[in-house]
Design a protein around this ligand. Sequence first.
Ligand code: SF4
Length: 380
Amino acid sequence: MSGRRRRHRGPVTPTQDVAVRIATMRALVHDNARDVPGVYRMTSVDGEVIYVGKSKTLRTRLLSYFRAKYPRDKGARILREAATVEWEPLPSEFAALLRELRLIKELRPRYNVALKRDARHHAFVRVSQGPAPRFDVVRGAGTDETGTYYGPFRGARQLEEALRELNDLLGLRDCRPEQPMFFADPPDLPPVPTRTPGCIRHEIGRCLGPCIGAVREDEYLARFRTATEFLEGKHDAPLAPLRIRMEASSAALDFEQAATLRDKIRRLESLPEQFGQLRFALESLSFVYTVPGPTPETSQAYVIRRGRIRHEGPAPCSAAARHARDARLSEILDPTARAPASVPGHEVDEVLLIASWFSRHPKELRRTTPIGADASALTG
Ligand code: SF4
């Protein structure tokens, strides 16, 4: 098969009834599709892309839709709504996976729930921006593509507990993102509420109270920065007062209180530990991954940095081509930058896809080489 991408579209019109449309699509697939990797999409009579899928064996996969046994089967429901089927052969299963992900993000077909379901198995710490930024634990990456995420983690409940301790310790808010904030310092102060809205965290000393003008904005942001640095493993300053209180309780023979504080400290210590493991896991997903295609010209090289694809193109087959590619890479990659544990919201799905690919296909790691390795390693 040549590496050129081809699309096939059924010659159907909106007026055809369902049975004719399905028969036409089936004949089209039967006569033209081949068992090669690729992506496919189903489009409704109105032109809406309703489903995007991928397969290692396009023809077999597409024909399976026409064998759905029950009308309620997902495949049967998609077919009843579909007016056209298109497919695009790609040089490898990995290329098909990536293409599927990108098409789903771009087109958001309503039958594509599988990826979201996968992501919901994982917990993320989301950093919401705004005048008083906050942390929360979410399952799946959600749709907030502007936020910053740390994850994926397993064990959402423990993560929630530990994060609640951190919020309480540093006085950070954990209310809904839309809650209006009123800092103590703006020059044109609007009427500030005198009571926190249905929340007693400020009254009991667990929140600085940015909703009632009880804290200056720079003070709140400094506390938030302390929390972020703690999570990133830069220091453990938030734990110091807890340790002093634990020792004091112990010295006063209040062992119950000392044990409570010890457990609290352990839960908090687990946060930077988990974040450190995450940073390490992300950093280990940094290499050049060369995926052979059906012909040497269709082999692709993916430059993956911290679980995200930074560059992709035909695998260089000479030292000169490799040097040209590396020169371009040096412009976009800074090898000296410290690895953050965070992932921008719009890249979370890609990180999950790449982590899951190499965990399901560990032998594929043999096709990887460190970024900047010599040309023979890249093309071998
Ligand atoms: S005290 Fe105010 S800012 Fe703090 S969590 Fe409660 S509502 Fe939010």
